[in-house]
Design a protein around this ligand. Structure first.
Ligand SMILES: [Zn+2]
Ligand SMILES: [Zn+2]
Length: 347
């Protein structure tokens, strides 16, 4: 099946309209007519070869929502007409210790990424900036009716990437949580942590998004450009979720953790960061990382967001605006996630 898409022809050229081939619908596959696809910063790193060389042309996009239009003979989890989503992975080995524990995102053989990954048939996976995609039923999520399609898209990466560590480290009533960065991931971390009942503080470079942060549920908002912030908030937080990919001074942030507090990075600079181990001794602090979430946890997150009435703030764009949107993402000029209306892809 040949479908309309937007692809990067090389690391240095803008994305262009094109077509991409989807595999025939296998017995366990679901064919999805994509309605919206979110733009994640990872898409930009990937197409520009900043996370290593890739094969071109490459279609990216791993925040995919749409409607099931065909199912394979053995599919039991989804039916034609269902509202569904696909996130950052489309398969895993299913045999390793982590897969058997239901943590496919930590597959020991590496999960199959939704794009720029080698699929089981040896082809390179092509992502969601397209009108259709074929995905194994086990990696397709149910999108509750309560969440509008366009708002659901960013939950599949930005939502689960922040929900997973918040749930794992038990953000909730009585817990003080800080969110570093108020971008696509950060704004979701604030909404989800607040919905979980935690006391949420935003640590952003400036106070320019303070009104938004408070509207999303933050009780306090501080500028990290002001050194006084790190003195005022010393020994304050049970959990810090760092969504920033730029290098930061870890020691300053570790100093903000109270007894048994944990600093979790979901954003990562490409270069290593020095860690002053002594700064972890005080308050028996932990430094951790977290990568997306399992399929089970992603479904739990979608259901949680539907129940609590929370969703990402999105700006819907046409396919022709993708390259401009990339530049705006790089300038942090987006509140808070671009979502491509795929109806504009093949027109
Ligand atoms: Zn992403
Ligand atoms: Zn595995």
């Amino acid at each position: 099946m040949i479908v309309h898409a937007y692809a990067a022809p090389s690391a240095t050229e803008p994305l262009v309209p094109t077509t991409v081939e989807r595999r025939p619908v296998g017995p366990a596959d679901v064919l999805i007519a994509i309605r919206y696809a979110g733009i994640c910063h990872s898409d930009i790193h990937t197409v520009r070869g900043e996370w290593g060389p890739i094969t071109y042309p490459q279609v990216v996009g791993h925040e995919i929502v749409g409607e099931v239009v065909e199912v394979g003979a053995e599919v039991t989890k989804h039916a034609v007409g269902d509202r569904v989503g696909v996130g950052c992975m489309v398969n895993s080995c299913r045999e390793c210790e982590n897969c058997r524990a239901g943590m496919e995102n930590y597959c020991l053989k590496g999960n199959t990424g939704t794009y720029a990954s080698v699929d089981r048939d040896g082809t390179i996976t092509q992502g969601g900036y397209a009108t259709h995609v074929v995905v194994d039923q086990d990696f397709v999520l149910r999108v509750p009716e309560a969440i509008p399609y366009e708002a659901a898209a960013p939950l599949l990466c930005a939502g689960i990437t922040t929900y997973s560590p918040l749930a794992h480290w038990q953000a909730g009533p009585g817990k003080k949580v800080a969110v570093v960065g108020m971008g696509g991931l950060g704004h979701m971390a604030v909404k989800i942590a607040a919905a979980m009942g935690a006391d949420v503080t935003v640590l952003s470079q400036s106070l320019s998004k303070e009104a938004d942060g408070r509207r999303f549920g933050a009780g306090a908002y501080y500028a990290t450009s002001d050194p006084a912030t790190f003195e005022t908030l010393a020994n304050s937080f049970d959990l810090i979720i760092n969504t920033v990919s730029a290098p930061i001074d870890l020691r300053s942030y570790f100093g903000l953790l109270r007894l048994h507090g944990t600093f979790v990075s979901v954003g990562a600079p490409p270069e290593p960061l020095p860690v002053q181990v002594f700064s972890l001794f005080n308050n028996r602090r932990s430094f951790a990382g977290s990568s997306i979430g399992s399929i089970g946890e992603t479904q739990e997150m979608l259901d949680f967001c539907a129940e609590r009435g929370i969703a990402p703030e999105v700006e819907v764009i046409a396919a022709s605006q993708i390259n401009d949107a990339y530049e705006r993402v790089l300038r942090s000029d987006v509140r808070y996630r671009f979502v491509i209306d795929t109806a504009t892809l093949g027109a």
